[in-house]
Write a protein that binds this ligand. Structure first.
Ligand code: KMH
Ligand code: ZN
Length: 313
């Protein structure tokens, strides 16, 4: 096997902004629930938790710094897990709303979405007719005409504030062009290697969840960034992609993200009752394939992070 088999970094994306409360009763919505699910995920084997905020009143995606603060401080008090803050935010948020957490909280890690794209959640309207909260239906409907905006100006801005705050970026790649955007920013000096890349498959507007597509992304990244010169992880959105592509990444020397942001089923036809269950299943798959699991400290070393004591929360 030519790929370096580092210990496996599991990220838990515990709530996100893609799924709506109607889809699963187990989606964490309040700061307490999001923090508890993060700690549970860490206990199950996640080295990183990926954090979005939601309005505690109705679970609508939000960018309120006080909501973020409650989540972040609660997680930090109770766990050594690495906190990765989303700069993707929720559909319709401005780039300022999405990124203000970086200078404010100075996280070790933050996501950075590497290109503008369609991001269609509206096909869910064919599946659900009744909604738990009033905001959900219009939220899905607006994505029919929504562009997830990540212009070069936006990307330059995120790279700059990340550098100023010693926050490492996790580069979300929804399609092959996003890899080329990243290479461009690397060549122009906005980014410094080694990069941490996340291949995102299965979003309507981006590349889909086949092994072929994932391999093509990986090969393109190898060509652009140098084989074994960057770290990479996979999000297979939906079920069973989360586990199928995750297993593929385990075998290929990559890392994995699981969690209810991307998939809320533990097996066919069955809700995961917690993010910890999803992490636990990935841990079992990895161990069965002889891949060891990285602790938060080991993940910090693998990714070259500044350390939890240098965050501002
Ligand atoms: N929701 C995922 C498809 C972000 O938060 O910056 C991608 C994501 C992006 O997690
Ligand atoms: Zn996210």
């Amino acid at each position: 096997m030519e790929y370096a088999m580092e210990k496996l970094i599991i990220t838990a994306a515990v709530t996100g902004s893609v799924h709506i409360p109607t889809q699963t009763p187990y989606l964490p919505l309040t700061p307490e629930e999001i923090a508890n699910e993060s700690v549970r995920s860490a206990e199950a084997g996640a080295a990183i938790v990926h954090i979005h905020a939601r309005d505690p009143r109705d679970g609508r995606p939000c960018s309120d710094l006080e909501v973020f603060r409650k989540i972040l401080t609660s997680v930090k008090e109770r766990s050594d897990v690495i906190v990765c803050i989303s700069t993707g935010g929720g559909a319709g948020m401005s780039i300022e709303e999405r990124t203000k957490t970086i200078p404010f909280f100075k996280p070790e890690l933050a996501s950075c979405n590497m290109g503008s794209m369609n991001f269609g959640l509206y096909p869910l309207l064919e599946k659900y007719k009744e909604f738990k909260y009033a905001w959900e239906k219009p939220y899905l409907e607006m994505t029919r005409n929504f562009i997830f905006t990540n212009t070069f100006a936006d990307l330059e801005y995120i790279c700059r504030i990340a550098k100023e705050n010693e926050t490492k970026l996790e580069h979300e790649m929804y399609d092959v062009g996003h890899l080329y955007n990243t290479k461009f920013l690397l060549d122009k000096g906005f980014l410094k290697p080694p990069l941490h890349v996340q291949f995102v498959t299965g979003i309507l507007g981006g590349i889909q969840s086949s092994f072929d597509d994932l391999l093509h992304m990986k090969r393109t990244a190898d060509k652009l960034f140098g084989e074994n010169q960057y770290t990479w992880s996979v999000i297979g959105a939906g079920y069973p992609a989360q586990f199928h592509l995750g297993a593929f990444a385990v075998m290929m020397g990559g890392h994995v993200r699981v969690g209810m942001e991307d998939n809320f089923r533990i097996r066919k036809g069955e809700y995961a009752r917690s993010n910890g269950e999803l992490v636990g299943k990935m841990v079992r798959i990895a161990r069965d394939l002889d891949r060891e699991i990285a602790s938060p400290e080991e993940a910090r070393a693998l990714l070259g992070l500044k350390g939890k004591e240098k965050t501002n929360f």
